[in-house]
Design a binder for this molecule. Structure first.
Ligand SMILES: *Cc1c(COP(=O)(O)O)cnc(C)c1O
Length: 424
């Protein structure tokens, strides 16, 4: 195997370093595998309960009336996560769209939206109207309030209590840190926050942006009081096979409004052709628990490798995981380039291209990205990116298989060493 690694560009020194780190992670990996096992059983149970059968993979076109495969998949999602209803559709184009849909469908003019966990994910700024935008919630008369986290990263309960008022209709909670430097929240923490919000206002709707979080723990936010949870199928629950799509799971009345907003009042969930994508949605959901495990192992391995070399990593190697994102602060532009070159050179697709920092719409500094994915933009596949500005952090995520994630991290170390940025 050393020969095979050598052929791919990994030196003996890097491989030996990696194996030393791995030897210290055995127990962690066992615990991660145990989560995958429980989640795998959860998915199979939901599929059996709903009698998933070969005819459910059939193509539907046009209106998509009486699409049993589509309707059964939605019951599988609902049962797996323990919710009354689910909307799982290729017509939901991405995570941002799913979130915009859930918000737009359940907020009416005069209502207020509250984020009690600080600023939401970048792409939601225009959805909400934090940045002026045509079609934003703000334009439709929905106001927005935000309560930032306290300096130690905890919830500002006094601030939240003061912010909740008679207009507050919906509370949005982002589970994963995304590209922020705050920690990601555990399902347990989210449950405590929801309980607090509902004590302040019992009928407030609590929604969780679950992107990157699915299957990283034994439970999901809807199991601790969330009325809706929302995510993208080209992240965790698509298992790397879904080529597009998004989902919203939760209370039946809220999901019904989402369906009517996605299609039209009167049509709701009755229309929407599956376009032949159902096999990949079912099979991806079936694979998702183990795929997520590979990504989580990759994140823990990366954290351990870079932490031992003296780099700041968020979360630290020893911390339990609530999502698949690993930030590594490399301290220099050169470090980010070397890291991303390593990830790119380990990819099954586009391994021969060299990532370079370049300007991106919406960012005030150059952004570098490494990805060699089967599905464009898929971040459940091994990828790394970040804006080239202090603290020069790369956000590393994904890995359809643990062995690919391992190779990617070893290659990143290799490129760092070749650039003279680390010595092993
Ligand atoms: C990825 C992500 C989104 C947006 O999803 P897209 O599919 O990129 O539109 C929203 N919130 C969080 C936390 C995310 O990680």
């Amino acid at each position: 195997m050393n020969e095979q690694y050598k052929q791919l560009g990994v030196s003996d020194a890097v491989l030996t370093y990696g194996e030393t780190i791995l030897a210290s992670l055995r127990e962690r990996f066992d615990a991660i595998d145990a989560i995958a096992e429980a989640n795998q059983l959860k998915v199979i149970n939901a599929m059996q309960k709903n009698r998933v059968a070969a005819n459910h993979f059939n193509l539907s076109t046009g209106y998509g009336y009486d699409d049993e495969g589509r309707d059964t998949l939605e019951r599988v999602y609902a049962d797996c996560f323990g919710t009354e209803a689910a909307l799982v559709r290729p017509q939901i184009t991405c995570g941002t769209h799913a979130l915009a849909l859930a918000l737009g469908a359940n907020l009416l003019p005069g209502d207020e939206l509250l984020s009690p966990v600080g600023a939401p994910y970048d792409t939601l700024e225009e959805v909400i109207g934090i940045r002026e935008s045509v079609g934003s919630l703000k334009e439709y008369g929905v106001s927005y309030r935000q309560v930032d986290l306290l300096p130690d990263g905890s919830f500002d309960l006094d601030g939240i209590r003061a912010a909740i008022n008679e207009k507050t209709k919906l509370v949005t909670i982002q589970r994963s840190k995304g590209y922020a430097t705050r920690p990601s929240f555990s399902v347990e923490q989210i449950g405590q926050l929801i309980a607090f919000c509902k004590r302040c206002k019992p009928d407030v709707i609590c929604m969780v942006d679950n992107c990157y979080g699915e299957f990283t723990e034994l439970t999901e936010p809807v199991n601790v009081g969330a009325d809706m949870m929302v995510g993208s199928l080209i992240k965790n629950p698509g298992g790397g096979l879904a080529s597009t799509g998004g989902y919203i799971c939760g209370r039946a009345d809220l999901i019904e409004r989402c369906a009517r907003r996605l299609t039209a009042p009167g049509l709701g969930r009755e229309v929407g052709a599956n376009l032949g994508l159902l096999t990949s949605f079912y099979q991806g959901f079936f694979l998702a628990p183990t795929v997520v495990t590979s990504a989580v192992k990759g994140a823990v391995f990366a954290a351990a490798c870079y932490e031992r070399l003296g780099f700041r990593v968020v979360p630290p190697a020893a911390e339990t995981r609530h999502d698949i994102i690993q930030a590594v602060e490399l301290g220099s532009r050169e470090g980010m380039i070397a890291f991303c070159k390593g990830i790119q050179s380990a990819a099954p697709v586009d391994s021969y291209v060299t990532p370079e920092p370049s300007p991106m719409p919406g960012y005030d500094s150059d952004v570098i990205m490494a990805a060699g994915a089967f599905v464009q933009g898929s971040s459940i596949e091994l990828s790394a990116d970040g804006p080239t500005r202090p603290p020069y952090a790369v956000y590393f995520q994904g890995g359809l298989t643990w062995y690919h994630a391992k190779l990617g991290i070893l290659m990143s170390l290799q490129k760092m060493q070749e650039a003279g940025l680390i010595s092993l």
